[in-house]
Design a protein around this ligand. Structure first.
Ligand SMILES: Nc1ncnc2c1ncn2[C@@H]1O[C@H](COP(=O)(O)OP(=O)(O)O)[C@@H](O)[C@H]1O
Ligand SMILES: [Mg+2]
Length: 403
């Protein structure tokens, strides 16, 4: 990694550890508060094209890039402070502190033990063939609610994509990476950055779209990106990017976007997603901003859901990890050597990286809560498992001459 902070550097009360990632806007490190035994993610403002680092770790702008560097720095600090001051919100990473040091700025966040969606979804699709509607629904409610919390505070994320949503070990999806975030109060982003496959048409520079006037970015832009993510989860494929769609329409008035509803219908109906979910995905993927819902509440209403987890909102149970938990529970039973091993292997599949978390929980104090939640969510399956287990225990006791 070119020019990252040295591991062991102390700043803002934490010690910098390994680098988690470095994108166009900054570098993310693991950081530890050794006194309190806490782990954090520390994001450093380091716009790759405009910044350079001196031998002592100090960051400065590259020659002739002072204006872009400074504008970006200012908005990084402002947005990090806004995020720090937000009330806790389900689905949104908690920012603990924002500070300036070494000529640049830092944002200290809670550390999320888990995997980003771009690693998780292909694994789930490979393992289960499709992602159950319940999981997509809960995922959508959580992320749309997290976006609503940003939008309510006049921020737009601008880089919603699978790599920027982590699935925490308990199954809760968490939106991260505010590197591209922008205040709706400022007229223009200091640095324009987006991920083409997920970006709404209004995020593309005017010179690329050949449009007469710029289309305004807003909550509807983040909802477009979320919808593309959901399209990918539901169909396993990505639609053509917004610019390709616009150019095709400019050439022959025909949008090459195939609605998720049609993609799945062509495959014989697919996993049978509800009309509400498919309407939300396809409407959210509308090319033009005016054809999309204007805010997250209107968006969720398309599938009969409401916002959760913020001030004055209800709380929802996170279900994104349902399938993973099912697999993990099977593994726990296999590994503990009970007579459930055949059921575990048959219904839940092979070993994977997530198993240890749930195993730890089951061994520890949270075991009953986990089992209770699992039974609530999977009554029929769990009941069959328990009956099989009981029958085997009775047989074993009988063989041992106890009964
Ligand atoms: N709060 C966090 N907790 C755990 N890991 C994180 C956290 N924030 C970021 N990461 C990890 O660091 C990677 C890069 O962080 P991100 O903020 O997305 O920056 P960028 O995409 O600009 O490199 C993420 O893909 C994720 O794996
Ligand atoms: Mg990222």
């Amino acid at each position: 990694m070119q020019g990252g902070l040295q591991s062991g550097t102390v700043l803002g009360g934490v010690t910098v550890g390994e680098t988690l990632g470095s994108g166009g806007f900054g570098v993310t490190y693991v950081a530890h508060d050794t006194k309190r035994g806490r782990k954090y993610a520390l994001k450093e403002y380091f716009p790759y094209d405009f910044a350079a680092r001196g031998p002592d770790g100090t960051v400065s702008s590259r020659p002739d890039c002072e204006m872009q560097f400074d504008l970006g720095l200012k908005s990084f600090v402002t947005e990090a402070m806004t995020l720090r001051d937000l009330p806790d919100q389900e689905g949104l990473v908690k920012v603990r502190a924002a500070f300036e040091k070494f000529g640049t700025a830092y944002c200290l966040m809670e550390y999320i033990e888990g995997d980003p969606v771009d690693r998780m979804v292909p694994r789930m699709l490979k393992r289960y063939g499709h992602i159950p509607e319940e999981i997509i629904r809960q995922f959508t409610v959580s992320i749309a609610s997290a976006l609503a919390a940003l939008h309510d505070n006049k921020l737009i994320h601008r880089d919603v994509k699978p790599g920027n949503v982590m699935i925490r070990r308990d199954g809760q999806p968490i939106l991260i990476d505010f590197g591209a975030a922008r205040s709706l109060k400022t007229r223009k982003a200091s640095v324009s950055m987006f991920t083409r496959r997920y970006a709404a048409i209004e995020q593309f520079p005017l010179e690329m779209t050949n449009a007469q006037t710029a289309m305004r970015e807003g909550p509807w832009s983040d909802l477009f990106a979320l919808s593309v993510m959901l399209y990918e989860m539901a169909t396993g494929t990505l639609p053509p990017d917004a610019l390709t769609r616009l150019q095709a329409m400019q050439a022959d008035s025909c949008d090459p976007f195939v609605p998720a509803r049609e993609v799945l219908a062509e495959r014989g109906g697919g996993p049978g997603y509800s009309a509400g979910l498919l309407t939300l995905i396809d409407t959210g993927c509308s090319l033009l901003p005016q054809d999309r819902p204007g805010d997250a509440a209107a968006y969720l209403a398309l599938m009969g859901e409401t916002l959760v987890g913020g001030q004055g909102r209800g709380r929802a149970r996170a279900h994104f990890g349902v399938a993973e938990r099912l697999r993990d529970l099977g593994e726990v039973l296999v590994n503990s050597g009970t007579a459930m091993s055949r059921l575990g292997a048959g219904s839940a599949g092979a070993a994977g990286g997530q198993a240890s978390a749930l195993m730890g929980a089951i061994k520890g104090g949270g075991a009953w809560t986990r089992i209770r939640d699992f039974l609530r969510g999977h009554g029929a399956l769990a009941m069959v498992g328990l009956i099989v287990l009981l029958a085997l225990v009775v047989v074993a006791l009988g063989l041992a001459g106890w009964i």
